[in-house]
Design a protein around this ligand. Structure first.
Ligand code: AMP
Ligand code: MG
Length: 338
């Protein structure tokens, strides 16, 4: 026999999932080793948590390096691995961004990320010989996506090549959630997965969604403070910073962003780069690429690509030797609200 909830209990449960009038529904949870916060206004007052959680779980099974049975972990064992369409998109988008950013973005550097201890292995003592030989394998190595005899997409990595989608994974998962909300006819939402944000429509009172950009933290344990806030309408904003994920050795701080040209963690004055784009994965990729390029090269890159609206609004926080400073491009200045 099926157990039926009394109608009143059912109504109370539904009410709990709904928001007060003029207040968006807010959900929080965990995904990809970080937290998500989602606000949305749904005329039908649906509780979308089950769909959100199952989407994020499926995504982790594809792209998370922390999920033991994920497709990316299997591929990194250098066995031919059948992959799904999300994996193919992540890989193709990453390879495209490698070209576009002149190599600053590179998803094949997983072995170096692990070597420096930012992956799931502990950092070992690192020698120049190790770094250089890995770098050679990465640059000469292949990452092949083919169709097998049954027409299933299959990825094969050559020795030394290990995939790492972390620089776009959170942004990409934000886009997948946005597609879910769109398919459910939710027209107003603000999705934040680990600080990667995408907004659509507006708040219930008609004003734009507001998003804060974090002030550089003293260290990884410092409380979050807001440096500036922007109005975000039908766009995404992603920030990459080197002040929360790093390691220190002999008083030197090493960033979790690797420069694929040198094989070493980047070390320059740029503390964070924020990019506003239509899609969150794109902003995520460019924010990481800008962290590799550093301030001057990033500004030059933006200037050299005036026809790309997805990189024109950018915000940089950098250290000038004595204190931190900020630089907002004109398109970014236009959306600052505070
Ligand atoms: P993000 O926080 O989006 O900048 O992503 C940083 C993460 O991306 C690192 O923790 C690495 O896993 C990976 N990564 C580091 N350097 C690069 C790079 N040059 N290109 C692509 N991914 C990178
Ligand atoms: Mg990124």
């Amino acid at each position: 026999m099926k157990h039926r909830l009394p109608l009143l209990a059912l109504l109370l449960l539904l009410a709990a999932a709904c928001s007060a009038p003029n207040e968006p529904t807010r959900l929080q949870g965990e995904a990809q080793g970080t937290f998500y916060t989602i606000a949305y206004c749904d005329k039908q007052h649906r509780d979308l948590r089950p769909q959100i959680d199952s989407l994020l779980h499926a995504f982790d099974l594809t792209a998370s390096l922390w999920e033991e049975n994920s497709l990316i972990r299997q591929a990194n064992l250098h066995q031919p691995t059948h992959v799904n369409s999300t994996f193919c998109h992540l890989l193709n988008n990453s390879l495209q961004m490698e070209q576009y950013t002149q190599g600053a973005f590179n998803c094949k550097i997983g072995a170096l990320v692990n070597l420096y201890g930012f992956g799931f292995e502990n950092r070992s003592d690192i020698t120049d010989v190790q770094v250089d030989s890995l770098l050679r394998l990465i640059h000469q190595g292949q990452c092949t996506l083919t169709l097998d005899a049954d027409s299933l997409p299959t990825v094969i990595l050559s020795p030394g090549v290990q995939l790492d989608f972390n620089a776009i994974a959170q942004g990409y998962s934000v886009d997948l959630l946005a597609a879910l909300f769109d398919s459910l006819d939710v027209t107003d939402y603000l999705i934040d997965v680990g600080g990667e944000v995408r907004a659509k429509g507006s708040k219930p009172d008609g004003t734009p969604w507001a998003v804060g950009i974090e002030r550089p933290a003293q260290n990884k344990y410092s409380a979050q403070e807001i440096e500036t806030a922007i109005a975000l309408t039908n766009r995404s904003v992603v920030t990459s910073g080197n002040y929360r994920k790093y390691y220190e050795q002999d008083g030197v701080r090493y960033s979790h962003t690797i420069d694929p040209a040198t094989g070493r963690p980047v070390s320059h004055s740029l503390l964070s780069a924020s990019v506003v784009s239509a899609e969150a994965w794109y902003a995520d990729a460019m924010a990481t690429a800008f962290m590799v390029m550093g301030l001057e090269r990033s500004l030059q890159f933006i200037q050299d690509h005036p026809d790309n609206p997805d990189i024109q609004a950018a915000f940089f926080i950098y250290h000038d030797g004595s204190e931190y400073r900020t630089l907002a491009t004109p398109a970014f200045q236009d959306i600052i609200i505070q």
